[in-house]
Design a protein around this ligand. Structure first.
Ligand SMILES: Cc1ncc(COP(=O)(O)O)c(C=O)c1O
Length: 467
């Protein structure tokens, strides 16, 4: 026992050190079953510590079953406490996933991120302080899976007025962004024996992986200049649900016209299935009013998904599902099982931010800023590429796509572009069936200022050398 050594300069208490060293000796078999320990007084003397330190360490070891005291005869190592600790996993094997951080030396045309320098920090801080100052015990306790009524009311009103959604507050389920919403919708639906999910092709690759992860069998459906090719749906097995981005197809940027919407809804209603409408960035429609949701045309058949990632910032992690009535309870139950509910105080801050009219003002301001960036981008593209490029999907959102017939955006070309200081994203990365979009890239402009947009296009042109 005397090899125990205690370090008086350590941040760990003497009791903790003694407890851990004795525990190690017992686990590794140095002190074997039945071994008689020194009395607490003798141990304290030997280590030069107060008896309390030893008493506390012995008490802890007794409580955890490592040692046992036998009345009248002393304290002994208990049976069955030998276990060779396994080696820890090498951390070098852990891959990082999620968004790569921005390299300030590269002009990064990443899509899906708004101009974060415009986040309304001061208003947010003021509201956050007020909300915490006024917090009640009920607000600090566990909440309900559907989310705070204040936020659900604000969302319901917003989507009714601005997105033509027809809903009651009770249909709103607050989620951790659309990403969580996709998982929840998959779980709500995929208890059926039918696992067929129809997805636009191309589509954000994460959407496919999430639905597949929950057991969905993906059937890619091509996209033409009017969006999802509804004709092709008729050649496929009966769907469980169909997932679309009709306001601004991701990544191609198409806005689905009414005729295609009607055709899609007729199909959905005839096959008695559901349509999932992902309305991720339609607030930013530049030359006209945003196109209304499909949900407003058939609220019973459409599950509507919205997010604050594009209008405020992605890190806020707040989105929502507007569920048809028959799916509300199941949706709430699955949200509860997933994470109980979104953080209450964050919901209250956002609800107040919307109620005070700050959100509507922020969106209007961002629309102006994005519009200017979009104009600079299109002008630069026209200047450098003329008729060598076709620009798609620039009417809405935070990105457009650019098709360069004859160019292949393979890994060598992308690498060369990055070395020259510009990063673009191939549509092919989001294609379910390979080979249709090798000449097309996504150009996100939300985060870049006009000067960097111009410079980025100039570098792109110098590498592609199309003129
Ligand atoms: C098609 C689509 N929908 C929704 C989102 C938003 O996801 P979230 O709300 O989880 O940030 C994205 C993200 O880029 C997307 O590409």
């Amino acid at each position: 026992m005397s090899v125990i050594s205690l370090d008086r300069t350590s941040k760990k208490s003497l009791t903790r050190q003694l407890y851990e060293q004795m525990q190690q000796r017992i686990l590794s078999g140095v002190l074997t079953e039945g071994y008689k320990l020194l009395s607490t007084r003798a141990m304290a003397n030997e280590l030069g510590v107060s008896r309390n330190v030893v008493l506390e360490a012995y008490d802890q070891l007794t409580a955890e079953g490592y040692i046992e005291s036998r009345t009248g005869s002393g304290t002994f190592v208990a049976a069955g406490a030998v276990y060779a600790a396994k080696e820890s996993v090498s951390l070098k094997e852990v891959k990082t996933i999620g968004f790569k951080s921005f390299n300030p030396n590269i002009i990064d045309f990443r899509s899906g991120v708004p101009d974060l320098s415009q986040f309304p920090v001061n208003q947010w801080i003021r509201i956050t302080r007020d909300v915490y100052q006024e917090a009640t015990p009920a607000q600090l306790a566990y909440g309900s899976p559907e989310g705070r009524a204040e936020l659900r009311e604000a969302i319901a009103e917003y989507v009714r007025v601005h997105r033509g959604v027809r809903c009651h507050t009770e249909q709103v389920l607050v989620t951790a962004g659309t990403t969580q919403a996709i998982g929840l919708v998959s779980r709500i639906m995929l208890h059926s024996t039918n696992k067929n999910v129809m997805l636009e092709d191309p589509i954000t690759s994460d959407i496919r992986y999430i639905i597949e992860g929950f057991g969905g069998v993906i059937h890619p459906v091509g996209v033409d200049e009017n969006g999802l090719k509804t004709k092709d749906l008729r050649k496929l097995p009966k769907p469980l649900f169909i997932y679309v981005t009709p306001s601004h197809q991701f990544p191609l940027g198409i806005t689905m016209p009414i005729q295609r919407r009607v055709d899609l809804l007729n199909f959905v209603s005839k096959t008695n299935t559901y349509l999932v409408e992902d309305d991720y960035d339609s607030e930013f429609r530049y030359d006209a009013m945003p196109v209304n949701s499909i949900q407003g045309l058939d609220p019973k058949r459409v599950i509507y998904l919205g997010t604050f990632s594009k209008t405020l910032c992605p890190s806020i992690r707040v989105g929502y599902i507007i569920l048809p009535e028959e799916l509300i309870e199941r949706g709430r139950r699955l949200k509860w099982f997933a994470d109980l509910h979104n953080a209450t105080m964050d919901q209250l801050v956002l609800a107040r931010f919307i109620k005070k009219g700050y959100f509507a003002r922020h969106v209007a301001k961002m629309k102006k800023i994005q519009k200017r960036k979009r104009e600079v981008l299109i002008r630069s593209m026209e200047k450098h590429f003329g008729d060598k490029v076709s620009i798609l999907g620039s009417a809405t959102g935070l990105h457009l796509t650019a098709r360069f017939p004859g160019v292949r955006f393979n890994s060598e070309l992308l690498q060369e572009l990055e070395e020259k200081g510009v990063k673009v994203y191939p549509v092919e990365e989001h294609a379910i069936r390979a080979g249709f979009y090798e000449d097309t890239i996504i150009i996100g402009y939300g985060m870049l200022d006009p000067g960097r947009i111009e410079k980025g296009v100039e570098i792109l042109a110098s590498v592609l050398q199309l003129n």
